[in-house]
Design a protein around this ligand. Structure first.
Ligand code: B16
Ligand code: MG
Length: 216
């Protein structure tokens, strides 16, 4: 039984499915570079930073690029991605998210976003969810990517809490590792095969109750 005081949510894969927009943009970049990037290849990019994602994509295509070329390629991909997410609406919020956030806040439990994305702020505004979070830590505020715990520790610090009182919700392995390294409890959102290191794995935020969270 834990004294739950704060919950930190990853964004892509937990609150919204922006992975499909990332994929559309990466696939387009690969196509311009002359190779096919599959949905399966895209799995390796989940939760991974933009530049690290580009490195994975380039190695898949056996492409060598200078630092400057990499900056240009990442910017090109991001331009398309920003265009795709510009049309996002609140109906893209994944089932159960709003209900869970409301019930946490009603209990006085603080809520935060801990997302690697530099576009997290834009997405949160598009889906009209800013009021639901006390703290938002995104890719612009941190220097070390997940599995480093920096992002979640910053969220805990800004909530003025300590890690043992917090739960992280994550869909990516690197995020689960980051939560564990930071001394927080962790709920994996997705498949138990991939997220087995989490304290609990659920298929979506509509499949969890406050009682279950407190029992962690
Ligand atoms: P950006 P999360 C992550 O979001 C995505 O899962 C990952 O695919 C993406 O490369 C990363 O954000 C960076 O995104 O290019 O927008 O800065 O899962 O940490 O919410
Ligand atoms: Mg994610």
């Amino acid at each position: 039984m834990m004294d739950l005081k704060g919950c930190i949510f990853d964004l892509d894969g937990v609150i919204v499915d922006t992975a499909k927009y990332h994929y559309m943009a990466w696939r387009r970049l690969a196509k311009e570079l002359g190779f096919v990037f599959t949905l399966e290849d895209n799995e390796a990019l989940k939760g991974v930073s933009r530049m690290a994602s580009l490195e994975i994509l380039l190695s898949k295509g056996n492409i060598h690029a200078t630092r400057q070329e990499k900056e240009e390629l990442a910017a090109r991909k991001n331009g398309w991605y920003v265009e795709f997410i510009s049309g996002m609406k609140p109906d893209e919020i994944l089932p159960g998210s709003v209900k869970l956030l409301r019930s946490l806040r009603k209990e006085g439990i603080l809520t935060a976003i801990g997302s690697a994305s530099k576009n997290a702020g834009t997405i949160i505004d598009k889906i009209n969810l800013r009021d639901m979070f006390d703290v938002i830590i995104d890719g612009n505020k941190i220097s070390k990517a997940k599995p480093d715990p920096e992002i979640f520790l910053r969220a805990v610090q800004e909530m003025k809490l300590s890690p043992p009182h917090c739960i992280v919700f994550e869909d990516a392995q690197a995020g689960i590792e980051a939560a564990i390294a930071g001394g927080m409890k962790c709920v994996g959102v997705g498949s138990p095969e991939l997220l087995g290191r989490a304290d609990l794995v659920i298929p979506g935020l509509n499949k969890i109750t406050l009682e279950q969270l407190r029992a962690l």
